[in-house]
Design a protein around this ligand. Sequence first.
Ligand SMILES: [Zn+2]
Length: 323
Amino acid sequence: MDIFALHKELAAVFGPSGMEADIALAVKERLAGAADEVTTDTLGNLTARIRGKGKKVMFSAHMDTFGLIVTYIDKDGFARFATLGGAEPDYLLGARVVFADGTRAAVCADGSYNRKEPRLTDMYIDTGANAQSVKVGDAAVYGGEAVTQGGALISPHIDNRACCAALIAASRAVARPKNDLYFVFTAQAELGMRGAKTAAYALEPDVAFSVDVTDAGDTPGCKPKTQVKLGGGAAVKLMDDSVICHPDAVAYLVSQAEKLGIAAQRELLAGKGTDAGAIHVSRAGVPTGGISLPARHIHSPNEICRISDIEDCVRLIIAAADI
Ligand SMILES: [Zn+2]
């Protein structure tokens, strides 16, 4: 399976937090033939089950992306916005965005904008002529196209469509699993892992793995410093702001990575959470680990990762299914 082509298709599908219907359908189409059953739930999570007789193993990759939501439109058609998920204002300024109906726009700064203290409230969305097709509550996402060069992937929404691609590729590779597998494509992760919370409660898994991006620390002047770098292989999560991963899950992932010849970079993500945070405290607690894709410039219009690291994530997901 061409993981770049799969990511490119998924990254082009509209699906900010709370508006995951289109991306859920796109994922479902690509799971055809691989899953024994595919279901959706109230919050919009999509779950593909591949039956096995062993443990109930849950994998989650959130399918929602960072987005902007229109809060106010002035008489000239310029739209003010809030964000669906967190982002640096620097990342937004000058970005091209696209609404669900295909309307394109640019994110711009007004006269109050202070480069030293950039604020979202000093920014607006400009659709060019007017915003007649845009109304309060409409959302927009980064509108760039995924490209690859020299083994790198430059694309909006690597968070977390590259991990959705990895989960789809893995689910297509595990034909007769030992364990009872649930591949969950969660909703509303960018707003605080809301989909993962209800999905984990409903599934009551024996063990779970969240698959998401993590900040690479290999850029100039990167703070806080992290050991994780692009091209270093799939990373094994130790903790982030939402979870301390279960030692058994960590040990299993590290041992499997070593068997596969993956460097298994150890990952501690500061200031951010993942689906693992919601899953591990579900009901009486779920032993939870995290498989992380190193990425740069997360929530910017141009996130960057390595194709080989996505492929390592696929191999590690397949190995983790046998826990
Ligand atoms: Zn994410």
